[in-house]
Write a protein that binds this ligand. Structure first.
Ligand SMILES: Nc1ncnc2c1ncn2[C@@H]1O[C@H](COP(=O)(O)OP(=O)(O)OP(=O)(O)O)[C@@H](O)[C@H]1O
Length: 242
């Protein structure tokens, strides 16, 4: 008997008419407008768009750092638009790893200790040495941030983000402070983690050349999703010209 046709897996994120308006006194800034977006488990998505187009706002809302002002957003069966502070804190702790442009490592702790800090509050962390191995930094485990290059520090920050085995990895300009070659290395690490661990990854960049590394590219303009492109094939950073 033929197997029933398999339906596509439900999206991990489902945003509908998502909007965010910032208010400061009489001034209103509309950062996101009516964003409809589904993100599947295990996808690698790049967010592109000009400065001020709403990329960080969208990423922060997906990561539970901010709450939308209109529309709806769910992560699996969590309603992130209705969640209070405690629920959002639990959501971030249990499901999301963040990587930012600046690494925010603690200078007085080694690479190993910076990663270890996070495991206290994780329910099922991977061994710290495995996290460092996954970012190719085993040999530097006992070095302090000041003894590491920018790219190496960012890789420690990635190890810190993935050690708790998050289902989602959100990266806001992870290569923004790095030179060309180092930035490529960091992107390769993110791409490998996405493939090897199945972690859903969203990466913000200003660099359109990076788009080829993703499964899907979401272009934002003026707070809206302008277009979405699917890549037939993901390229490695070695194949990128940027
Ligand atoms: N906390 C805030 N208060 C008021 N306005 C804000 C706040 N955060 C962001 N904005 C505004 O929202 C809009 C979108 O900002 P956002 O940081 O999401 O854009 P972006 O695409 O990430 O930009 P960039 O590439 O420069 O980081 C901008 O006009 C910005 O000034």
């Amino acid at each position: 008997m033929a197997a029933p046709p398999s339906s596509p897996p439900p999206p991990v994120f489902r945003a509908r008419r998502l909007g965010k308006t910032y208010r400061a006194g009489d001034v209103e800034v509309v950062a996101l407008r009516e964003v409809d977006l589904d993100i599947a488990a295990g996808e690698f998505v790049v967010l592109l768009g000009p400065s001020g187009s709403g990329k960080s706002t969208l990423l922060n809302i997906l990561g539970g750092l901010e709450v939308a002002t209109t529309g709806s957003l769910s992560y699996l069966d969590h309603d992130l638009t209705a969640a209070g502070d405690d629920a959002l804190t639990r959501y971030r702790r249990d499901h999301v790893g963040f990587v930012f442009q600046f690494y925010n490592l603690i200078p007085s702790l080694t690479a190993y200790e910076n990663v270890a800090l996070v495991t206290d509050i994780a329910t099922n962390p991977m061994p710290i040495d495995e996290a460092l191995e996954r970012v190719a930094l085993s040999a530097r485990r006992d070095h302090f941030p000041s003894q590491l290059s920018g790219g190496e520090q960012q890789r420690v920050a990635i190890a810190r983000a993935i050690v708790k085995r998050p289902q989602v990895l959100l990266c806001d300009e992870p290569t923004g402070a790095l030179d060309y070659a180092t930035g490529k290395l960091v992107l390769d690490v993110i791409s490998r983690i996405n493939l090897e661990l199945g972690t859903t990854a969203l990466v913000i960049t200003h660099n359109a050349a990076i788009a080829g590394m993703a499964d899907r590219v979401v272009y934002l303009a003026d707070g809206r999703v302008q277009r979405v492109e699917n890549n037939a094939r993901r390229v490695t950073s070695a194949e990128l010209a940027w």
